[in-house]
Design a binder for this molecule. Structure first.
Ligand SMILES: Cc1ncc(C[n+]2csc(CCOP(=O)(O)OP(=O)(O)O)c2C)c(N)n1
Ligand SMILES: [Mg+2]
Length: 395
């Protein structure tokens, strides 16, 4: 292994890596949990419980996240949005992923991570522009340092590693958090991203939301690894697993992975154990491949109820504060409803813009063809043609 990219680190080939060092890369025996489903604190020496203030702030974002998910689902049913991959039940992962990052950091989300993108500060209406199908992407990735949500699985992991590598070369303190699903871990891009990140020792945190399904494919058909977090050791980076419905544990585990990356510790992999409570998207019928009982087992583990019980038990969340948070979430939902219920004027010519700095010959030809067709359609109808068509129809 080249030492040029691994300054100061011991080579595996020298035989200096001891079994103890290897086991330090392995994830915990059980997913890290700091607050159990009944809302009780379950201490873990390795991971500090976030402060009450931090948890309260994150809980507010959880409430808004749930509201955004449910509002988006309703808008899909009303035909105002083309598609929405909901993260209902996975909101703690979403909120934690965005909350642990600083302004200088980058987030690389999947198509399911809308709530993480909004938590990072992107205007929900700009986020929904993409899902509505109006525009190439509704937000400027550079403004909030959030990459565009994309459908191809795992491609964002490679882009994330590239950004982290560039930041390292420039001597910046940027950390990149790259999200993916359990299904995406079977992609070649996942392997390439993790291997490159480890070999070049770049500041990236890979965050897998294991929601037990890749559309209809259950995790048991996806992998026979002991856990997805175990995959990390194969690349020479630490892996950790965390209860994906425990906001406190997610903040602590992801926060520690981000600090480690920022301090020059290199990449790591965090797997959150959660569950996709709803269908893959509105185009999917989940009852064809899983039972209602399977889903019901996860209802008592709901991340929102759990954090509310915890905060209320410590009297950190008053009834009044809860009403205020619900009202704030309703305001966001009302803005989304209003925005998506307003028809936008689209310019068909935009189909050919904004991809290349200079249009290719083919694009120019296609743009011209479209312009001619639209001009022809817009021209007043020729009565002779209309008359003969009418006669034709009457036969
Ligand atoms: C490269 C690629 N292959 C296949 C697909 C089709 N596809 C879309 S979503 C999906 C399942 C992904 O599951 P997972 O990674 O677990 O994410 P989740 O949807 O559960 O959040 C598949 C196979 C795709 N989008 N991209
Ligand atoms: Mg999945």
């Amino acid at each position: 292994m080249s030492t040029a990219t691994n300054e100061g680190r011991e080579s595996v080939l020298d035989g200096v890596r001891t079994p103890t060092a290897d086991s330090a890369l392995l994830p915990s025996a059980h997913p890290v949990q700091l607050v159990d489903p009944e809302g009780r604190h379950t201490p873990d020496d390795r991971y500090p419980l976030p402060s009450g203030e931090d948890l309260l702030g994150a809980y507010g974002r959880l409430v808004s996240g749930r509201r955004i998910n449910d509002q988006a689902n309703a808008l899909v049913r009303q035909g105002r949005m083309a598609v929405y991959p909901s993260s209902h039940g996975q909101e703690a992962c979403q909120v934690a992923a965005a909350t642990v990052l600083g302004d200088e950091d980058w987030l690389f989300p999947t198509y399911r991570d809308t709530v993480a993108v909004v938590t990072r500060g992107v205007d929900p209406l700009e986020v929904f522009t993409l899902l509505r199908g109006d525009w190439h992407s509704g937000y400027d990735p550079y403004e909030h340092k959030v990459a565009t949500q994309a459908t191809p699985l795992a491609t964002q992991l490679l882009h994330a590693v590239g950004v982290a590598h560039a930041a390292k070369l420039r001597g910046e303190s940027t950390v990149v958090l790259a999200m993916c699903g359990d299904g995406a871990t079977s992609e070649g891009d996942f392997h390439e991203a993790l291997n490159f990140a480890a070999v070049f020792h770049v500041p990236v945190v890979f965050f897998i939301q294991n929601n037990e399904f890749a559309i209809s494919v259950p995790l048991t058909s996806q992998t026979v690894a002991p856990s997805l977090a175990h995959k990390a050791i194969g690349y020479g980076m630490p892996g950790e697993r965390v209860d994906g419905n425990d906001l406190a544990a997610l903040l602590s585990v992801l926060g520690s992975a981000v600090s480690r990356a920022r301090d020059g510790g290199g990449p790591s992999l965090v797997e959150a154990h959660t569950y996709r409570m709803q269908a893959h998207t509105n185009a999917d019928d989940a009852t064809r491949y899983r039972s209602a009982d399977d889903v019901e087992r996860w209802i008592p583990k709901d991340p929102l109820v759990r954090m509310r019980t915890y905060l209320k038990g410590l009297e950190l969340l008053s009834d009044e504060a809860e009403t205020d948070l619900a009202a704030a979430a309703d305001t966001i939902a009302a803005t989304i409803r209003k925005g998506l219920n307003t028809d936008v004027e689209v310019n068909p010519a935009d189909l050919f813009e904004y991809v290349y700095a200079e249009k290719t010959t083919q694009l120019r030809e296609q743009a011209e063809q479209l312009r001619e067709e639209l001009a022809r359609d817009a021209a007043p109808a020729d009565p002779a043609v209309t008359g003969s068509a009418t006669k034709e129809n009457q036969r």
